[in-house]
Design a protein around this ligand. Structure first.
Ligand SMILES: [Zn+2]
Ligand SMILES: [Zn+2]
Length: 389
């Protein structure tokens, strides 16, 4: 049995972008909203401080399985571990009730490959509701494109976990009930699950809307201390989009990143190994403060302006060409062939002009995506216009 057929989670087209309609699946959404309502029933049962402690412990531990496991390991392979530890990390991730590791990681890889483009699964350019929750409830992203996650879908135990991702949540829920009765179930399990969901979702929505940008990435990612505190270090999202294969997301001592601290601890006792640190020389490149052109925000603003004109938006991308540092930064990204040229656009009116400029911005953004040095300015001999900033 091949990896492709082992997990009955659907198919996609050759480019790894699902094409089905993006309607909200309201029937499947009933359990989602039901989980949100469940904690309210705690008003009618006795709740102890142990139930609140259970809620906190389950929030922190399950968030770690998502950030260290689903995200930094299964999505980005930013460190390594043995097969048993990998199994534990995958199973632990399922307890967060965010589907299986293959579904989660494959969609996240698509987010990095197509950030803020039409193929992005949860870009806030399609609305904050869509990026936060809408995409999860839609019919469009129910299946898993195993071609984007071949490196892990080859493991039969991971495919088993993927097929039976309900086992983990049920085990945790039953355990909570046995420990704390209804209070343990409603506060310990359901409330922590709701908080966990929205903490995770904030990275997809708010971390592309609110915060500062250190690096001139071709997307709208931001750095946010608040989101980093909520998510165990995932709030340094601009850092992460700049160097997605880095196990660290906080690049400075003050950028709070407890997931990285925990992984360092696990590396010390040899549960995990080969943690990928960001190359020091890349940390000082492509910084907006040094004068790098912020193509990501330029493109975002210009795209919005172009939409106001009512003109069709053309995404222009080119074949990847670079290696070395580029591979490090875009390890899981593959670009598609050029679909149009800015010179193909008619320049007959304002909307045509806007589209032409946006196409050029797309090309520049894509060049930055493939080669971070496109956004780099020299830091060895900065001119007066750079030192003044
Ligand atoms: Zn992102
Ligand atoms: Zn990521």
């Amino acid at each position: 049995m091949t990896a492709t057929t082992a997990v009955p989670v659907g198919t996609s087209n050759d480019e790894g972008v699902e094409q089905s309609a993006d309607r909200t699946d309201w029937v499947a959404a009933i359990p989602f909203f039901g989980v949100h309502l469940a904690p309210l029933a705690a008003f009618f049962v006795s709740v102890t401080w142990q139930d609140w402690l259970l809620c906190g412990v389950l929030y922190v531990t399950r968030m770690f399985f998502i950030t260290a496991g689903y995200h930094r390991y299964f999505s980005h392979r930013s460190y390594r571990m043995g097969r048993v530890a990998q199994f534990v990390m995958a199973f632990g991730g399922t307890t967060a009730v965010q589907k299986g590791p293959l579904w989660w990681a494959s969609h996240h890889r698509l987010h990095h490959r197509y950030t803020d483009l039409d193929e992005d699964v949860h870009s806030p350019r399609d609305g904050i509701w869509w990026s936060h929750v809408g995409w999860i409830l839609s019919t469009k992203f129910k299946s898993t494109d195993l071609t984007t996650i071949k490196d892990f879908s080859k493991f039969p135990e991971l495919r088993f976990i993927e097929r039976h991702s309900w086992i983990g949540p049920w085990m945790v829920a039953v355990t909570c009930f046995l420990i704390g009765g209804w209070g343990g179930l409603l506060i310990g399990f359901f409330l922590s699950t709701v908080l966990l969901w929205h903490g995770t979702f904030l990275v997809n929505s708010a971390a592309h809307l609110f915060g500062r940008r250190r690096y001139a990435t071709p997307d709208t990612s931001r750095n946010s201390l608040v989101i980093a505190i909520i998510t165990g270090g995932e709030g340094w999202h601009n850092n992460h989009h700049y160097l997605p294969a880095s196990v660290r997301q906080g690049f400075t001592w003050w950028e709070f990143d407890p997931t990285w601290y925990a992984l360092k601890g696990l590396a010390a006792i040899r549960v995990v190994r080969d943690l990928k640190d960001p190359p020091a020389r890349l940390l000082t490149q492509a910084r907006v403060v040094d004068g790098a052109f912020d193509i990501g925000m330029f493109r975002s603003h210009w795209e919005r302006a172009a939409k106001v004109t009512g003109a069709p938006i053309t995404d222009v991308r080119a074949q990847p060409t670079a290696a070395g540092d580029v591979d490090y930064q875009s390890e899981h990204r593959t670009d598609v062939a050029t679909t149009a040229s800015p010179t193909d656009e008619p320049l007959s009116d304002l909307s045509g002009l806007m589209c032409r400029a946006l196409a050029c911005a797309d090309q520049l953004a894509d060049a930055t995506r493939r080669n971070p040095q496109n956004a780099t300015v020299t830091t060895t001999d900065p001119g007066p216009e750079l030192t003044a900033q």
